[in-house]
Design a protein around this ligand. Structure first.
Ligand code: NAP
Length: 546
């Protein structure tokens, strides 16, 4: 349970800090640790009642990593590496939340975090070069620097289906899961959504439910997680290899351990292709996605060959060919949307008590008091679960009224898509920094690996600004334009950016999110890192200090 930090007064003049951070997730916590090391006063505002961010909110059954656990650990403290044991190669949510709690306790973070504190507005005071932060409960605070560590997937979205509130049974969103367990035993359950969250939930509750109906709009390509336990001895070996593991992640485009095969699928013989695909299908984690022939990311034909292999696997695992057909995507290739990693997901559809309903052509008409209606058929449920995802990347910025110079809102600035410098700062919003914001190298990367670098970049920038006695720092418009153009150009080469998904900012449950936007940096973590290093080496020549 979180120790409550003193509440920011809403009756006295606002409390003042050097830095205010929004979010006490995995990156907000690290940012707090780093800024404390500079001797700065820092306040973190967190909407939840405790630390953990994603791992605090997503408590649904089956929620777990699909990053190797030992790549999802911060490397900055040897002591932390020495004392933390992972019990599985892909740890489940309770263990990861445990890691977050351990971090908070070890570094005594909670004393600087105010929980139950949702930020409503952040306004730059031009006269004082300070950010004025207002909370939804009326509390206020001011700071020289303002950092958003709000996470890319932290604004859950309910489906825009009529009658959502009318259902009289229990209903849940995977991203807002209750802290007390939900009992699925003997219940009739309807699940809407088959992304990574839906897949994890469905395969986990299938053994408990009386009956489950899965409502699938567009199927996703899923592949086996191949998870297993880590023995004490194996953990000791992993601990010895941490430097090697981190170095390997650093060398890859996405901060994972999987290294893309430098051959082209299109120039390799069918037998060689089959051999690699088979091997990767049995390899734990994202190997089949990130360790595959590199042209599967860029070339339609290479991607088609891989997609065909996965389709065969699905057909081999699902008994009813009609159901198998429904589960095989036809509107996008393998890996062009985020791959849900599964453990027995396809076999769930061989169970007599599980029904797959395709709502691709006949959407859910409405939610009723007893369930929902599709194409004149009424389904009755005790529980409805919406695994309908998030207003990715932009949602958490949109719900805060952020105003920079001249009262310009961030929403106005980003009306046609994000415009940033390195995904860290925006022209017109001095002293505001984003951690894992849109367009950072960390946006399409194993979070803690790139997050750690992102936090270090922000920390160094604040240190530089403070040491030089500057009151303001922001990018030049030219630097912002050049970076934004570069991000858009990089996106062009990947098939991912030619498909509707949260990667490309499309979410038809949210007004104004029906067009593709470049949210992620597709140039790879090493290229992004090099650019950050150049910026530092140039004495931050792309930035304007006042
Ligand atoms: P998601 O991938 O956006 O999936 C949402 C699902 O809900 C999709 O199947 C979508 O269908 C469906 N949906 C949305 N609105 C609907 C509507 N009105 N009617 C019917 N269906 C609707 O969301 P997610 O599964 O929560 O995953 C989001 C991301 O979180 C993942 O891609 C991943 O990056 C992260 N995540 C990670 C892990 C992990 O690390 N292990 C686990 C879970 C999630 P359409 O596809 O047709 O839109």
């Amino acid at each position: 349970m979180a120790t409550p930090a003193p509440v920011v007064s809403n009756t006295h003049s606002p409390a003042h800090y050097d830095v205010i951070i929004i979010g006490a997730g995995i990156n907000g916590m690290l940012q707090l640790i780093r800024l404390r090391e500079l001797g700065l006063s820092v306040r973190v505002f967190e909407a939840g009642t405790d630390v953990g961010g994603t791992w605090y909110w997503n408590r649904y059954p089956g929620c777990r990593f699909d990053s190797e656990s030992y790549t999802y650990i911060y490397s900055f403290s040897q002591e932390l590496l020495d004392e933390w044991d992972w019990s599985e190669h892909f740890s489940a949510q309770p263990e990861t939340l445990g890691y977050c709690n351990h971090l908070a306790q070890k570094f005594d973070l909670r004393k600087d975090i105010q929980f139950n504190a949702r930020v409503k507005t952040a306004i730059f005071d031009e006269a004082r070069n300070e950010w004025e932060i207002a909370l939804e409960d009326g509390g206020q605070a001011r700071s020289r620097f303002f950092i958003t560590a709000v996470g890319p997937l932290s604004t859950p979205v309910m489906p825009n289906i009529e009658g959502m509130a009318s259902f009289k049974g229990e209903s849940y969103h995977t991203g807002l899961w209750p802290h007390t367990p939900v009992d699925f035993k003997g219940k009739r359950v309807g699940v809407i959504g088959t992304g990574a969250s839906g897949v994890q939930l469905i395969q986990t509750i299938a053994k408990d439910v009386k009956h489950m109906t899965v409502f699938q709009r567009r199927p996703n390509w899923c592949s086996p997680l191949n998870n297993s336990r880590i023995s004490k001895q194996e953990m000791a070996e992993i601990r010895q290899r941490y430097p090697e593991i981190f170095a390997q992640c650093r060398a890859t485009e996405g901060g994972f351990m999987h290294i893309a095969d430098s051959r082209k699928a299109t120039e390799t013989s069918p037998a060689e292709r089959e051999e690699l695909f088979e091997k990767l299908y049995r390899t734990p984690g994202f190997a089949i996605w990130l360790g595959n022939f590199y042209d599967t990311f860029m070339d339609d034909e290479a991607n088609r060959i891989l997609s065909e292999f996965i389709a065969r696997k699905i057909r081999g695992r699902v008994k009813d060919p009609k159901v198998a057909d429904l589960l095989i995507p036809t509107d996008h290739g393998f890996g062009t949307r985020r791959i849900p990693m599964e453990t027995g997901y396809y076999e769930v559809f061989n169970q007599d008590n599980v029904e797959l309903v395709s709502i691709k052509d006949t959407p859910i008409e409405r939610i009723t008091t007893t369930g929902l209606r599709v194409a004149d058929r009424d389904y009755e449920f005790d529980i409805i679960v919406c695994a309908t995802g998030f207003d990715a990347m932009l949602g958490s910025y949109d719900r805060i009224d952020i105003r920079g110079i001249g009262g310009q809102t961030l929403k106005q600035k980003w009306a046609t898509g994000p415009r940033t410098f390195l995904g860290v700062q925006m022209e017109g919003f001095p002293n505001m920094m984003m951690v894992i914001g849109p367009h950072t190298g960390a946006s399409f990367c194993n979070m803690p690996r790139c997050g750690e670098e992102n936090v270090d970049f922000v920390t160094q920038l604040i240190r530089f600004t403070q040491q030089k006695g500057y009151a303001r720092v922001q990018p030049t418009l030219d630097a912002e334009n050049k970076w934004t153009e570069h991000v858009i150009k990089m996106a062009d080469k990947l098939l991912i950016n030619k498909v509707d998904s949260w990667f490309t900012g499309v979410n038809r449950n949210v007004a104004g999110r029906d067009k593709r936007t470049v949210l992620l940096y597709a140039g790879g973590a090493p290229r992004y890192r090099r650019r950050c290093e150049e910026v530092i080496a140039s004495g931050y020549a792309d930035l304007e200090f006042t």
